[in-house]
Design a protein around this ligand. Structure first.
Ligand code: NAD
Length: 498
């Protein structure tokens, strides 16, 4: 239990926060759902409730969107000087930095991740990103153009898109919210956030901090609730100008269909089935643990998880055995146990899905090198799993499992054409990993892989100024850096005759 490992003061603070039903943030006020409905959020490590939150419905979404619309149309945010807006965001970053222990505790409870992992996921990756993004305020401008008319001046400006609906997943709750809300605010938009129903805790705390940091009423609104109800109402709402979504490819497609009605702008960060290529010349001492982290971190619930491993024949056994050995030694347990490296998956549904994939691939002839079983204890635990004997037509190789399951296969052929074909033999195109000391191979292969992000000789690290997003069915658009802000802006051209 966390009370044994955190200060008494923090324990009391978190207990007080969890003891009250969490409310919706609409127009600067914390309110219950109009229906009065609430829902429980569970601790995935125990399957026991931790807190209650308001279950927002279409009426609440309508009020939140109208509040955001009014705040946008009356210039509540863009009417503030850019230095003041920047100050608000920098204050928010400072508050997150000062609250890392509290936010990590809340996020660990909500998604089951080990506390040290949550600390990394809620900490610098967010407050440094906010500081980086805040630096762009007042620095994004348009262009001037020469025209064929002698008495004419033409220029373009970049304007905020308006009201943004931000819909986020549960696997990195606070980070997903920061990645959407902050660039939208930097662009000058107002926002309604719909966090995942599995992870409302840090979302609500983020809203409280944003208020304290001075972000005006109505500029940021938060409606917790079900995707099929609150999420759907948000994507259907005619006063929303832009939807930014992170989640599954299936939901992404349904959002695109819903957005067609009013031609809302849409950005999508969706699923992946990322390949990992290991060549015999790679530094295996670094590659092996990094690849293991890449699939077992957060119990495999990472969009960029390297889940298809292709290894050159001569080092196949060493690499697979090395990763399997790490898997066997990985301590799986609850958030607050000493030395735990992997927690549960998020829900019973997710646990069933992961074990179904494993059993299905075994039935199709795959071999379980290690793991493969759910862990017989309270909560939603599954063993870190390595499969061999998998092939391109198996569901475990084609579909996103979103669990700690690695499919390891020998490279059939190590020429660039064959490897590019293997990498691209998927509907996804989010990330790819290449391990080699041969820069020619690294360049040639990364050029040929159809994914939004390629990592050579390393794992999934985040750089705030480097764009991230998917090709093919892994998404539309990019987050992070200048591209991530431009996603919330639209260009206007003005032609003026003297
Ligand atoms: P999900 O699609 O089930 O849910 C994501 C969000 O969408 C939740 O807030 C949910 O309530 C909402 N939602 C569900 N149905 C909706 C609907 N009809 N209309 C509007 N909103 C709706 O995804 P998940 O299971 O929460 O998250 C896991 C998925 O997210 C994985 O596929 C993973 O790869 C992906 N992901 C992608 C990235 C990325 O950057 N590309 C990052 C993290 C996660």
């Amino acid at each position: 239990m966390y009370k044994d490992i955190v200060s008494e003061e923090l324990s009391r603070k978190v207990e007080a926060y969890l003891s009250q039903p969490l409310k919706l943030l609409i127009g600067g006020r914390w309110v219950e759902a109009r229906s009065g409905a609430v829902m429980e959020t569970l601790n995935p490590a125990t399957a026991q409730p931790i807190a209650t939150f308001a279950l927002g419905g279409a009426e609440d979404v309508d009020l939140a969107v109208r509040a955001a619309r009014e705040a946008f149309d009356t210039g509540k945010w863009t009417g503030m000087s850019f230095l003041k807006r920047q100050e608000c965001l920098l204050r928010l970053a400072d508050m997150i930095e000062a609250s890392v222990d509290e936010l990590a505790l809340l996020e660990s409870l909500d998604i089951g991740a080990p506390l040290p992992r949550s600390r990394a996921s809620v900490g610098a990756v967010n407050y440094d990103n906010i500081r980086y993004l805040a630096g762009w305020i007042g620095k994004i401008g348009g262009e001037t153009f020469e025209t064929a008319q002698p008495n004419q001046h033409a220029f373009s400006s970049l304007e905020p898109l308006g009201v943004v609906a931000a819909i986020t997943p549960w696997n990195a709750p606070l980070r997903s919210i920061v990645n959407k809300v902050v660039p939208a605010l930097v662009a000058g938009c107002t926002v309604v956030v719909k966090p995942a129903e599995f992870s409302p805790l840090t979302a609500i705390r983020f809203g409280q901090m944003a208020q304290e940091a001075g972000i005006p009423d109505g500029v940021l609104n938060i409606v917790t609730g079900l995707g099929t109800v609150a999420g759907q109402a948000l994507v259907d709402h005619p006063l929303v100008d832009k939807i930014t979504f992170t989640g599954s490819t299936a939901t992404g497609k349904s959002i695109v269909r819903a957005a067609a009605g009013t031609l809302k702008r849409v950005s999508l960060e969706l699923g992946g089935k990322s390949p990992v290529f290991v060549f015999a010349d790679a530094n295996l001492d670094v590659a092996i643990p990094t690849i293991a982290t890449g699939i077992f971190n957060n119990a495999g619930q990472m969009c960029v998880a390297g889940s298809r491993l292709y290894v050159e024949d001569s080092v196949f056994d060493r690499v697979v055995e090395g990763i399997a050995d790490i898997a066997r030694k990985t301590k799986v347990g609850t958030q607050f146990e000493e030395g735990v490296a992997m927690g549960p998956v998020i829900s019973q549904g997710q646990l069933d899905k992961v074990t179904r994939f494993i059993a299905g691939s075994q039935a199709d002839g795959a071999t379980v090198v290690t793991g493969g079983e759910r862990i017989d204890r309270q909560g939603y635990f599954v063993q870190p799993t390595v499969l061999t004997g998998t092939s391109r037509d198996m569901a475990a190789v084609r579909e996103e499992i979103f669990g700690p399951v690695l499919c390891a296969m020998p490279m059939q052929d190590s020429d660039i054409d064959s490897l590019a074909a293997v990498a691209n033999d998927t509907e996804f195109g989010l990330a790819a990993f290449i391990w080699t000391r041969d820069l020619g191979v690294a360049h040639k292969l990364s050029r040929r892989i159809r994914s939004g992000w390629v990592r050579v000789n390393g794992g999934a690290n985040i750089e705030h100024n480097v764009p991230f997003g998917g090709q093919k069915q892994s998404g539309w658009g990019r987050e992070r850096g200048r591209d991530g802000i431009a996603a919330f802006m639209e260009r206007k051209a003005v032609l003026m005759d003297f």
